[in-house]
Design a protein. Structure first.
Length: 259
């Protein structure tokens, strides 16, 4: 195993493909998050013609098309790319198949956090932008699902005396703008929105992660059957507000321009 491989790329593809039949369950949430991200386009007077939707799962491409853009939709899963709303392209691995300077807008919505070589991917995306083109990216930042992570670790240790990674590592917001700068983007900006999601039934959180294709794909994950009662104990330990379990999303939004 390559020491740089944090995520199991085969598992990422499988999770995205499996989510095809369930994506409607989380469509309202994905659409609401997409609107938050695409609001940034209203802050620029630049008009875009050719756009790449990277991992939008049907929440990005239609909104870009409504703005008059030609859209290519790329995803790790062939099926997910096909339903995304643009000309579908399947990404095989982390070498992006796009020619230099073929887009003037790239929107990578909740997809970059599954890439092992994030600096390398950002360099490839920047090369695919025309001069004056914009990268608009969103991803979960450090602190996302912190309550679930802590509850799972505590529950597993109490049941088995050992722990395994069950929630992905996420980048620190402080590093995001630096990554854009390292990749050669001009005017790099990263900000964060803290969003609390409330669940009357905390098990619905796990079902929604699965429906979105966001289940655990960490290479070092325990691939055996989880200990009996693990999730029930962990979910019971989540913070509650007004009788509902709280799951936190720190949504980092990154913008950078190609010069």
């Amino acid at each position: 195993m390559d020491a740089a491989e944090i995520f199991d790329r085969r598992a990422v593809r499988q999770h995205r493909a499996r989510a095809l039949s369930q994506i409607s369950r989380v469509r309202p949430l994905l659409d609401a998050l997409a609107e938050r991200v695409l609001d940034r386009l209203d802050d620029t007077n630049r008009r875009f013609a050719d756009a790449l939707d990277f991992g939008g799962r049907g929440s990005i491409a239609p909104r870009l098309a409504e703005r008059g853009m030609r859209v290519v939709s790329a995803d790790f899963s062939t099926g997910m790319a096909a339903i995304a709303g643009g000309l579908p392209v399947t990404l095989d691995g982390e070498a992006l198949p796009f020619a230099p300077e073929c887009f003037d807008l790239i929107v990578a919505h909740l997809s970059l956090h599954w890439i092992n070589d994030l600096p390398g991917a950002l360099i490839q995306l920047r090369r695919s932008l025309r001069p004056g083109g914009l990268l608009l990216a969103s991803l979960p930042a450090l602190g996302t699902l912190s309550g679930l992570r802590a509850s799972l670790l505590a529950a597993e240790e109490s049941l088995t005396g050992a722990v395994s990674p069950r929630v992905s590592p996420f980048p620190d917001l402080r590093d995001c703008a630096g990554l854009l700068q390292r990749a050669g983007f001009a005017l790099p900006v990263a900000d964060v929105e803290d969003i609390d999601l409330l669940y009357a039934d905390p098990l619905a959180l796990l079902h929604e992660l699965r429906a979105a294709g966001e289940t655990n794909a960490v290479m070092a994950r325990d691939k055996t059957i989880p200990p009996r009662g693990l999730f029930a104990v962990a979910l019971a330990g989540l913070e509650a507000r007004d009788g509902r379990a709280v799951a936190n999303l720190r949504l980092a939004v990154m913008t950078g321009w190609a010069s």
